[in-house]
Write a protein that binds this ligand. Structure first.
Ligand code: 6CS
Ligand code: FE
Length: 300
């Protein structure tokens, strides 16, 4: 098979560069209106800013999801899909929760979410990655600035920018408990990072990412054109987050956890190829080998 040309080279050993995005942000046909689709002004906001917040989207599902999160922390103890914080034994991330919870699986295929995702990506979609970021009180550590797409491209072989992360706030996300910070509009450029991907980078990057993190000088350039925006909201707030948007989050030194459930939807027309960083593909809980289109559940 012809190797796919790398239009977003990163970690090639060259110095860091800011490149142009070569892909659309919204793939959907704006004249199509799925039953639970986004409104035109929401689509435009997402296209311009790279994110969209819908407050009070599904607060009713949150108590069950928190119960499932607590159950999975116990049930999956010692499993590779549970990642702990760098300086404590606290749980940082539960990967692939849909595989262990019907409640999570059903939500990931809820047409009120799927219609919007398919509308943005203009195709059928599959679940590329899913996680619960727990951010425990006092002990939840930061995530440095990064674009998820950069990692997915280099380490998982995602060829183009045609994926969206949809995440639901499971607790109140305030300015104090380690919320997500985004750089609105940063998804329109691509930071080709320095360095080279090391073998099994994921064994350390999920606790503390080093590769694929733009240097301070590069972030200074990015931030000269845009402010940082913190994403705050109550439990049940939904966020759409374009795959190449620069984001990060500070430590949580407050007394309240800041937990979120994340679904990464990738277009079935953007299935991964050989990872561009030259290392073998990452495990199934980071890049799902099941690329079958997701079927929406029936709402009762
Ligand atoms: O590795 C991943 O797939 C995700 N996790 C981290 C810490 N950074 C990149 C991406 O968001
Ligand atoms: Fe991320």
């Amino acid at each position: 098979m012809e190797p796919v040309r790398d239009i977003y080279p990163s970690r090639t050993g060259e110095c860091e560069k800011i490149l142009n995005r070569m892909d659309p942000v919204v793939y959907g046909d704006s004249t199509s209106a799925p039953e639970f689709g986004l409104k035109q002004n929401q689509i435009e906001f997402y296209e311009d800013n790279g994110y969209l917040t819908i407050p009070d989207f599904m607060p009713e599902v949150v108590p069950d999801l928190i119960a499932e999160m607590d159950r999975m922390k116990e049930d999956l103890a010692g499993d590779e899909t549970l990642v702990t914080e760098p300086d404590s034994g606290e749980i940082r991330t539960i990967f692939k929760p849909f595989a262990h919870s019907d409640v999570v699986d059903q939500l990931s295929r809820d047409p009120r979410i799927l219609d919007k995702v398919r509308q943005l990506l203009g195709s059928e979609v599959y679940m590329m990655q899913s996680r619960i970021n727990v951010k425990p009180a006092f002990k939840g550590k930061s995530f440095p600035w990064h674009s998820d797409f950069e990692t997915w491209h280099v380490e998982d072989g995602m060829p183009r920018m045609r994926a969206v992360t949809v995440w639901l706030m499971l607790s109140e996300n305030t300015e104090y408990n380690g919320p997500l910070f985004v750089v609105p509009g940063s998804h329109k450029k691509y930071v080709a990072c320095s360095g080279k991907t090391i073998e099994k980078n994921y064994e350390t990057s999920l606790k503390k990412q080093v590769l694929g993190v733009p240097k301070p000088e590069t972030m200074k350039e990015v931030l000269a054109n845009s402010d940082i925006k913190g994403l705050y909201g109550g439990p049940g707030t939904l966020v759409f987050h374009e795959c190449n948007l620069l984001h990060g989050s500070p430590d949580n030194i407050s007394a309240d956890p800041r937990s979120i459930l994340m679904f990464v939807y990738n277009s079935v027309e953007n299935r991964p190829v050989e990872p561009f960083g030259g290392q073998p593909p990452r495990p199934h809980y980071l890049s799902n080998p099941d690329v079958a289109p997701l079927k929406p559940i029936k709402l009762s």
